[in-house]
Ligand binder design. Sequence first.
Ligand code: PLP
Length: 374
Amino acid sequence: MRPRGDGGQQADWYANPAAASWQAAPLRDQPRAFHRTLPGYAPTPLTPLPPVADALGVRAVFLKDESSRLGLPAFKVLGASYAIARALSARLGEVDALPLHRLRERLGGSGPRLVAATDGNHGRAVAHIAALLGLPATIYVPDGLSSAATAAIVSEGAELVQLELPYDDVVEHAAQRAEGEAMLIQDTSWEGYELVPRWIVAGYATLVQEVDEQLAAAGLWDLGLVVVPAGVGSLAQAVVHHYRSSSRRPAILACEPDSAASVTTALHAGHVEPVHTGNTIMTGLNCGTVSEIAWPTLRDGLDASAVVTDEQALSATRELASLGVDSGPCGAATLAALRAAATAASQRNDLGLTADSVVVLLSTEGTAANPKVP
Ligand SMILES: Cc1ncc(COP(=O)(O)O)c(C=O)c1O
């Protein structure tokens, strides 16, 4: 692995040429079969953006639009629903995830309290699934979350606890509180807490499986690049794992806020190094520590990582809105990262981008997810 910079911008860009040939073992989980049992499941749109492709000199750019996923404005419910179902099914002695209606019957309202820390989307998803199962939920949030995001969590019937702490400390707090009877459903992992985050990551595979089917339906087989937003890196882990264990082998670019560059920092350092986080409009990406189980996969299989400023994310949100696409700052960060990389010769080269490249942007939320944008 060789860290590479672009002139004086080294800290903002990382490329790993060895990632292209790294191979991951296939996952055994079948989250899609479980997701198909959820009320309202349907693949989210894969929207072509011809003006963006023309401007950036590539064959096609598609945006995977997660602004409405199973009734919520972000992708996170894919992981939360699968992990909750796996964890509760395991308690009932089942190896696979039971459909939610079967779980609800079997639990008869006497299951554990579900607990999560969140910077918005994951906690709402946990609260939503708890409500569908008839279970209580407690969701811990850091300060600085928009009132719309906290109201959305409360509207799912969960108990909300707001702490004057940054996200990483809120996770620690929730983990301590969930000891005992309650069940912690956290989308990041640390030593001794790996099983639930593994199921969450497994659940995200549905999103990329849909992308593959949608590209195939459009007659496109050569996928050149996938751009994925990163907070703790669990979604990026799922994307890297999927494409490094499949026949499609696109380059994968992670992007994160410049004020919470935990993945890029860890890649430069060669180990996980928590970073201080500040304020960002990319609220869902405002995480200081890479998930422990994500790290080896990101280190070995991620082709590149880039940081995005709030200004770039905001302008990408507006550009997408002008194209009729509802994308919140975390989702639009992918367009900002693509624009910067596609117009810098050395980064374009790192990603293998050419006039023939097909690019997919994972727009992980709609503007309703966390309306903080000025
Ligand atoms: C909208 C959105 N996009 C992307 C992410 C990043 O996912 P991860 O924390 O798994 O890297 C999050 C995390 O909460 C999110 O809410």
